[in-house]
Design a binder for this molecule. Structure first.
Ligand SMILES: [Zn+2]
Ligand SMILES: [Zn+2]
Length: 543
């Protein structure tokens, strides 16, 4: 990689040039479930936040939930009855399930839960609470007084004339509850009220506090000023020339006398081969669905290793396994106390890590082997994990990984990653050669011999692997034992590939399988000894 400095460090170094407290922000509109682009904005902001924190800076991280945004339309996931609520703030609409405080909470709660699962815990600022508490009052007054100036700024960027009755503030109609149908007729800065008429026929006076909302292009810069946001991540849709960041930058400076936050623009994040990741049922995958499959640290790694301005295209099938392997390589390399050099990659790893959350030390790919050997049985899985030399102290973490693997195998695993351990010696064993049979018998004897020394002795994946390879070497114990079984004095010429094939055939009934070391160390020695002995003497008639 050409880069030597991680993008988060570049942003942090820019922020260090500013005096005072830093406030990192990312926004969410809880009108539906959190989407992958939104998730990326939060991971990106979180990384900048942690980076500044690591440098000992005074920094805070907030999630601005636009719970006072109006419902824009009846989304496909909503019943038709929601048509009457279009135009009302989402904090003032009933929740679809009937058990949440309001519509906004219904979607905000699971979104924040998803963020927590990937180690993101920002302070939450809800716009409905901010408006009702009057925190926007000054900004509303200033905007209403400067209506002409704001309109001019917007006209400069859009090249279009702003309507003569346009207002930066949208009052909330006290009759129909909508903030999209009203017109400002006047305002009283002392009383902090706004007079309006509504398309529903109603007219009246509402307080600025909780009686309406600034239009988006003014609302955003007003927030920057009110909250003191210094750096914010947002989607590309706000970033084009003349987009809401450009106009917001001018408005916050000229109207509110404040500086726009440092922008971190996040490019598109698409999942799957054809743009959107679909489950087998054809339904677009949500962030929560994604988290059912991808371990949180690997999801972070996917986002963190890519510069925010570069789009991410992610395929949950084979490419995901490759990604998990890459992460595993970094974990092994940098998880040690004394890591080998590779500062740039080390930084990616550090930022992907979930501080404060125990992470599994079992590679995802190895867990797919363990899971399938154990046929999904959790007690068996724990036994195998222990046998494979991992700690089973944190059961919850292992269970989470097991659940990820189970969903991945069900939904996205390519055929080569799946296998079934045959309960009995499979008929395919009839196809193996005399040499392969001699190997299985000799291999079983060697495993048994190791077991006789002590029942407690575990044979590691690496040892199994080396043992199979030793067959090639003239004079090795395995080579000699194979020769004995073939009744020959001449050291047999052996291709280890054939031996691995014999192992897979005798256990799975197919010529290939998962990485042999991991695979073999997942079984109890007794099972392997019995299976290989049976396979070495197998004849079709004997079953
Ligand atoms: Zn609900
Ligand atoms: Zn109305």
């Amino acid at each position: 990689m050409a880069d030597t400095v991680h993008w988060a460090d570049v942003i942090a170094e820019n922020m260090l040039k500013e005096d005072g407290k830093h406030l990192v922000a990312a926004g969410i509109t809880p009108s539906g479930h959190i989407h992958t682009g939104n998730l990326r904005e939060f991971v990106t902001a979180d990384v900048v936040y942690r980076d500044l924190l690591d440098r000992g800076e005074d920094v805070d991280f907030i999630c601005i939930a636009d719970s006072y945004d109006p419902l824009h339309k009846v989304y496909p996931f909503l019943p038709e009855s929601y048509a009457e609520h279009v135009g009302k703030p989402i904090s003032e609409i009933p929740c679809p399930c009937g058990s949440c405080v309001n519509y906004a909470e219904h979607f905000l709660k699971p979104s924040l839960e998803a963020l927590r699962r990937i180690g993101i815990n920002p302070r939450i600022c809800k716009t409905d609470e901010m408006y009702r508490a009057g925190r926007f009052n000054e900004a509303i007054k200033t905007a209403l007084i400067n209506r002409e100036v704001i309109a001019k700024i917007l006209e400069e960027f859009s090249g279009k004339t702003v309507a003569s009755d346009w207002s930066p503030f949208n009052p909330r109609c006290n009759e129909c509850g909508k903030i999209t149908k009203t017109k400002v007729m006047g305002f009283n800065p002392e009383a902090e009220t706004v007079d309006y008429t509504c398309a529903c026929g109603h007219s009246g006076t509402e307080p600025m506090a909780g009686g309406g909302k600034l239009t988006w292009r003014v609302d955003w810069p007003a927030r920057w000023k009110i909250l003191g946001v210094t750096v914010e991540s947002f989607g590309k849709d706000h970033a084009p020339k003349g987009g809401s960041y450009d106009t917001g930058k001018r408005i916050v400076k000229e109207i509110y006398g404040h500086k726009a936050p440092y922008p971190v623009v996040c490019a598109q994040t698409t999942l799957g081969k054809r743009g959107t990741m679909y489950s087998s049922t054809g339904i677009a995958i949500s962030v929560s669905d994604m988290l059912e499959v991808i371990p949180p640290e690997i999801l972070r790694y996917l986002i963190i290793r890519t510069k925010p301005e570069k789009s991410i295209r992610f395929d949950p099938g084979q490419p995901f396994l490759t990604l998990a392997d890459e992460y595993e390589r970094l974990r092994v390399q940098f998880g040690r106390k004394d890591p080998s050099p590779g500062i740039f990659e080390k930084r990616i790893y550090e930022l992907s890590m979930l501080t404060g959350i125990y992470q599994s030390e079992i590679p995802f790919k190895q867990m797919t082997t363990i899971y399938q050997v154990a046929r999904g049985d959790f007690d068996q899985i724990l036994k195998i994990i222990k046998r494979s030399g991992f700690s089973i102290e944190n059961e919850k973490c292992i269970r989470d990984l097991k659940d990820n693997v189970s969903r991945w195998l069900e939904l996205y695993a390519p055929p080569f990653a799946k296998f079934k351990v045959k309960e009995k010696v499979p008929v395919q064993v009839a196809t193996i050669s005399e040499l392969q049979k001699a190997f299985l018998s000799a291999f079983a004897a060697l495993i048994e011999a190791k077991g006789e020394v002590s029942k407690e002795i575990k044979i590691s994946g690496e040892e199994y692997h080396m043992l199979v390879y030793s067959a090639k070497k003239e004079g090795s114990e395995l080579n000699r034992k194979i020769a004995e079984r073939l009744n020959t004095q001449v050291a047999p010429q052996i291709d280890p590939g054939d031996l691995f094939k014999a192992i897979y055939i005798s256990i799975l009934g197919q010529g290939s399988g998962p990485r042999a070391g991991w695979f073999l160390s997942s079984f109890e020695k007794e099972f392997l000894i019995k299976r290989f002995e049976e396979a070495s003497t197998y004849s079709p008639g004997k079953r």
